[in-house]
Design a protein around this ligand. Structure first.
Ligand SMILES: *Cc1c(COP(=O)(O)O)cnc(C)c1O
Length: 399
């Protein structure tokens, strides 16, 4: 299949193109290609946050907690579960950072598999996932077993699973390569070994259709500032399948207790997903993601995925054409690829300042990778073309 390399016909045929106007834009940014690090804000969120401060915080003050704020984390969690995760209500909540939620849920999972002494993670997983697990292993006297060889597959995972495996931690989409793992298949494989699995959905939530319930996933966490456009540092989400909600997480705070307002002695966890929360929920931080979740619901996650595939296919075709000396570090098969494309070239680090100066914003991952993060609802094919052309020009390969 050959792809038309001029962007205009792709934008003209794109039924989701009108939604790009729903996002805040700045004329100095000519190509935003880093939606996988920080999604653009929706215009609706600017209004929502301003209106919250003026009338909710400003007007309701402390009464707001009783009038809905206390339930917001679970309410938004349910919306996210329905729209993007394939999770029935009561299993998803918003709060903390992905890093902290990883700690809480992996600690809970390890304790739920007493006698098992190993945690499995892949060597190429995101640093925070690896570091948190190193800490838990040290704290609990466990051994980390590494999937060493690149992206996790049934073969490489099976090689490290054993009756000693307590928990497996993998990313649905690899932050560097963009590899999309077989979440259902690797979950089943983990369960055959009697272990639990936690999926990190940071690079897939909001952009790759996911069926956590149907796939029997045990636990999941993910960011909301990437493809869920929650804003810098917006709180993460945690999914705990109903059958696992008797697990005990280690950060026993008052708002995760059964009776927070009796201020009593002795911690007893709340039943259900609320037992996985700890302290006061970051209300302002979870407002903007509501608009993106609503937009994804309007459009449908399958349509989002279809445009994501079209954008990454287009980016790969352009790179093949104008950047032949760059190495595609992402899978060629769109079925195995998330919504970003990583290309490697030793000249990339040197050109980043000039790209940014021109308002062309991909991101750079050491030692030599540029990631083109293509957030489907806010990115045009023209932006991809501008970005790849500038990269090619700057590394001196324009023809
Ligand atoms: C972005 C990302 C994180 C970030 O975690 P924070 O606690 O939000 O800093 C974690 N894991 C993966 C796979 C990521 O892509």
């Amino acid at each position: 299949m050959t792809i038309d390399l001029s962007p205009e016909p792709h934008d003209a045929a794109d039924t989701l193109a009108p939604f790009r106007d729903s996002f805040v834009r700045d004329d100095t940014v000519t190509a935003y290609l880093d939606g996988n690090s920080l999604g653009r804000p929706l215009r609706a969120s600017v209004d929502r946050v301003g209106e919250f401060m003026a009338t909710q915080w400003g007007g309701r003050l402390i009464r707001g907690w009783d009038e809905g704020w206390l339930d917001l984390a679970q309410q938004i969690g349910d919306d996210l579960g329905r729209v993007a995760l394939g999770a029935a209500p009561g299993q998803t909540t918003i709060g903390d950072s992905t890093t902290v939620l990883l700690y809480k849920l992996v600690r809970a999972a390890v304790d739920a598999r007493p006698g098992r002494t190993e945690i499995v993670i892949d060597r190429d997983n995101f640093p925070t996932d690896r570091y948190v697990l190193e800490g838990i292993a040290a704290e609990r006297g466990l051994t980390l077993r590494w999937v060493e060889s690149g992206d996790p597959t049934a073969e490489t995972l099976a090689a490290v699973l054993s009756p000693a495996t307590a928990v497996v931690v993998l990313s649905a989409v690899s932050y560097r390569s963009g590899f999309l793992a077989d979440v259902a298949g690797l979950t089943a494989l983990t369960h055959e070994a009697g272990a639990l699995i936690l999926w990190d959905l940071c690079h897939s939530a909001g952009v790759v259709p996911t069926q956590l319930d149907a796939w029997n996933v045990d636990l999941a966490v993910g960011c909301t500032y990437k493809y869920l456009n929650g804003g810098p540092g917006s709180p993460a989400f945690a999914y705990v399948a109903s059958r696992n909600q008797r697990m005990r997480q280690p950060i026993q705070g008052w708002l995760g207790s059964a009776t927070p307002f009796t201020m009593g002695q002795g911690y007893e966890p709340a039943e259900g997903i609320r037992g996985f929360t700890s302290g006061t929920p970051p209300i302002i931080g979870m407002l903007a993601m509501r608009d993106m979740i609503a937009l994804i619901e309007t459009v449908g996650i399958d349509a989002v995925r279809a445009k994501s595939v079209a954008l990454t296919e287009y980016a790969v075709a352009l790179v093949d054409d104008v950047l032949p000396t760059a190495v595609l570090a992402s899978p060629r098969d769109p079925e195995r690829r998330g919504s970003h494309v990583t290309i490697d070239h030793d000249g990339f680090e040197a050109i980043m300042p000039e790209l940014w100066r021109r308002g062309i914003i991909p991101d750079f991952r050491r030692p030599n990778g540029i990631r083109l993060g293509l957030s489907p609802l806010s990115t045009s094919f023209v932006e991809v073309a501008i970005g790849v052309a500038a990269i090619a020009e700057l590394v001196g390969e324009q023809h």
